[in-house]
Design a protein around this ligand. Structure first.
Ligand code: ADP
Ligand code: MG
Length: 482
């Protein structure tokens, strides 16, 4: 455990970190900050949500000469949302040091960006295309840059940004410090590192530490056509505070968010086809709790810092284990408890095994909740609301009518039951349309359906159903009442 005070930071940085509420450095921060401060080139690998931004941001801000009007640090990030997120975090880190940070990304007014660039920002965070654009227009000069950071490098590689990044690197002085951060480290990234970095040190936070122990991981074996009902009932029984549902395709995300809305949940979807403005507004609503369920594709959600997520539902099991780790990394952040539930169609059990081999953790089988359990979950929510109303008091205006009811029926239990019934949202059976997705191709060689499968089924019979555990904050769902 490393305290920030032990990392030899200047008072302005310590103050900022304190204000941000960081108590101690995360492992990737503890290991990379001292190396970075020595000026070393660095490759940092750690799971999403482990504080990589501050890991490069803190030493970067320490190096900025705020009296100079030149751009001294540049961070390249794969998407607009990430560029914005990183710039916001850097702004907070650099507030007391008075470092000026500017985000530049496509889809936003370039003239305004040009005006902002003239105001002498010290640090630029941007997407590759827009950074290049500014370089070509000569509205961004990188000849005073001493630190260059590639953030979410694996994602930039996936998105085909290599050429752009190379072009940017050519305009940055050679005698610079280069840092590369990524959740995963496929071979092509190592090659990039060899080409552009000077004998970099590698810091890797082991995959073992990747899955946060606070996250409970379950799987539900469910045929494709039953998935949506199971999802609805899970939400009803577990009443998540903030949930993310992951779907495999854009169409799936659209259909799921529509279907959830039809059934009375406040849900919205994000995927790559949506405009930047739309994605940002959905994210904002989700973060502020106006949307209870966010439906997302892997690409749209990757790397986004969304805190307070209590439940991750994998409507489709991800193709590759790394996506799984990314997905469940959305929950259980900052010491909060979280739960991840993965739907697996019977033919996809082989993929489950591969995910488990990667995370070194078994997922516990879970039985889908029944309609009765979903109803019970909803009743509990109503009960909690009544409980709260009683505690709040202020009921005098209702007591006359209450007495009338009592006189008429003479049976308090029936009256309360009726009130509960009227107030409870019964599990919704509104028909919805979800296009069936073909299951992933069977992985015969890695998985032999027989033994293991039986074993799992045997177990699932004993596994106590874990619904109803998250009963806190029912008020979040008040928006859902029909
Ligand atoms: P990554 O880039 O590794 O996915 P982020 O840098 O986006 O992770 O950090 C995830 C969240 O954790 C952010 O909200 C960030 O403010 C917070 N965070 C970072 N470092 C710490 C820390 N040392 N203590 C507590 N929270 C932290
Ligand atoms: Mg990051």
């Amino acid at each position: 455990m490393t305290k920030f005070a032990d990392l030899d930071l200047s008072p302005a940085l310590l103050k900022a970190v304190n204000r941000m509420g960081f108590e101690e450095a995360t492992p990737i921060q503890a290991k990379t900050i001292p190396l970075s401060k020595q000026g070393k080139d660095l490759i940092g690998q750690a799971q999403t949500g482990t504080g990589k931004t501050a890991a490069f941001g803190i030493p970067l801000i320490e190096k900025i000469d705020v009296k100079s009007p030149h751009v001294q640090g540049i961070i390249i990030a794969p998407t607009r949302e990430l560029a914005i997120q990183v710039s916001e975090e850097l702004y907070k880190i650099g507030m007391d040091a008075r470092a000026k940070v500017l985000a530049v990304y496509g889809g936003s007014d370039i003239q305004r960006q040009i005006r902002s660039l003239k105001k002498g920002p010290h640090i630029i965070v941007g997407t590759p295309g827009r950074i290049l654009d500014h370089i070509k227009r000569r509205t961004l000069k990188l000849n005073n840059v001493h630190t260059l950071i590639l953030d979410e490098a694996d994602e930039m590689l996936n998105m085909g940004f290599i050429d752009d990044i190379e072009a940017i690197l050519e305009t940055v002085p050679d005698e610079r410090q280069t840092l590369l951060f990524s959740a995963t480290m496929p071979a092509p990234i190592r090659r990039i590192a060899e080409r552009f970095m000077k004998s970099p040190e590698t810091v890797r936070i082991e995959a073992k530490e990747m899955t946060v122990p606070l996250i409970e991981q379950f799987f539900i074996k469910v045929p494709e056509r039953e998935k949506f009902d199971v999802l609805s009932r899970l939400i009803d029984t577990q009443s998540p505070e903030l949930a993310i549902v992951f779907g495999r395709t854009k169409r799936r995300v659209d259909e799921l968010s529509n279907a959830l809305t039809l059934r009375g949940y406040t849900a919205e979807g994000i995927h790559g086809d949506l405009s930047q403005a739309k994605r940002l507004s959905v994210l904002k609503k989700f973060k502020s709790g106006k949307v209870d369920v966010l439906v997302a594709t892997d690409v749209a959600a990757r790397g986004l810092d969304i805190s307070g997520v209590t439940h991750v539902y994998n409507y489709d099991i991800p193709q590759d284990p790394e996506s799984y780790v990314h997905r469940i990394g959305r929950t259980g952040r900052a010491g909060k408890e979280g739960m991840a539930i993965t739907f697996v169609s019977p033919r996809e059990m082989g993929y489950l095994r591969i995910v488990e081999q990667t995370t070194k953790k078994r997922m516990q089988p879970m039985r889908p909740p029944t309609w009765d359990e979903a109803l019970e979950g909803q009743q509990r929510i109503t009960m909690e609301k009544l409980d709260e109303a009683i505690k709040e008091g202020n009921l005098d205006e209702y007591k006359t009518v209450a007495n009338e009811l009592l006189m008429e029926h003479d049976d308090a239990v029936s009256i309360i039951a009726a009130a509960l019934k009227v107030l409870t949202k019964e599990p919704d059976k509104t028909p919805v349309h979800i296009t069936e997705e073909r299951p992933l191709p069977a992985k015969k060689d890695q998985y032999h359906g027989g033994g293991n499968n039986r074993n799992r089924r045997g177990k699932s019979g004993q596994q106590p159903y874990k619904g109803n555990r998250n009963k806190s904050k029912p008020q979040r769902r008040s928006g859902r009442r029909p």
